[in-house]
Design a protein around this ligand. Sequence first.
Ligand SMILES: *Cc1c(COP(=O)(O)O)cnc(C)c1O
Length: 420
Amino acid sequence: MTKKTLPLGSEELISFALRNGTPFHIYDGRAIRRNAEEMMRAFSWSGGFINYFAVKALPNVNIIKLLAGEGFGADCSSLPELLIAHEAGIPGSKIMFTSNDTAEEEFLTAYKLGAVINLDDITHIDVLRKVIGRLPETLCFRFNPGKERSGNVIIGNPVEAKYGLTKEQLFRAYRIAAESHEVKHFYLHTMVASNELNEDYIAETARMLFSLVKEIKEKTGVVIEQVDLGGGIGIPYREEDEAISFDHLSGRIRALYDEMITSESLAPLRISFECGRCITGPYGWLVSRVRHVTHKYKDFVGLDACMADLMRPALYGAYHHITVLNRPDAPLDHIYDVTGSLCENNDKFAIDRALPEILPGDIVAIHDTGAHGHSMGFNYNAKLRHAEYLIMDDGIYRIRRDETYEDYIRTVLSSPQIVS
Ligand SMILES: *Cc1c(COP(=O)(O)O)cnc(C)c1O
């Protein structure tokens, strides 16, 4: 069981919402910092351990800075994400560039920043040569295990996945890189899970990569310096879910490391992750005001937030817990669909959800929106993107203002230009 909590008292959150306007995302920076610290401590046995925070989970420079303060790096997959990491002051050596279907200018920017480039395909070796004129000193390849692993719901079956190199391609790729004499440091990466709460699955990924490190050395002579286990550690969206413990997971990985790396004389081998969700996810809330309660064939609660503020429920059928801040202790004796205002019937945060009686004007908190929440937002129906707040010890900071109509319309040309 995971009890759902709020970052402030419900009265305090209501008055903050009424003063500042809804909807908005609010993050508990104190809890995010503690959580990051815990992860670093749990893996401190592993020299040089790093989590490259997946910027896409919560691409706000202020958050990336906070995490950098705890020793985190950044995992980027696009040019703007690289610029966000750079702006947050993360040095290139702590940036992992794990992109796919990558543009040449993205490779070039990653190289110029000194980021570790993680190639998604064997043909990208030549692309990289063409773009930067050589191969970088540090190079990583993304492995796709194909039939060896089953994958999970969000990321899908590896055989169907567009990502990564097959095993045969991987051996060839390391040989090519080694023969270039330009690459001095070799990394290995995989990402086969998303929102995975089964610790066995994550430990299996470590086992798979440790075994591959040995095989790569035997087959190609290349010594891997770092394995990156990717992201994908899940969070307990439902109260009945159990969080993964960094300490426990770390213990399992350490045992595998001793057995498969140290005793095989493959140490030192650094370990890294690219977790986003499990770092910030549980420490973000989407706060919204109830506009209408309507009774049709079903009972509906219409919020001032919509799926443009949080699309996970509509996209994946994902569960997000909802607390009615005005009645935190009332019995859950009403059944509602909780909707937004898009002209799109899957604009729902919850379907057939047991909640207390809800009245117009009530304020609700939608839990666990600290990762892949605001960042997945969009502008359909010309909806404007909303503010983000960060709670720190000395106060609550606004870290993104509300988008205005002027922001939104800026890219539209009032006097159209003939271009062809
Ligand atoms: C999305 C992604 C991550 C982060 O995943 P989380 O589920 O947020 O931990 C890390 N690495 C890559 C390559 C990704 O695509």
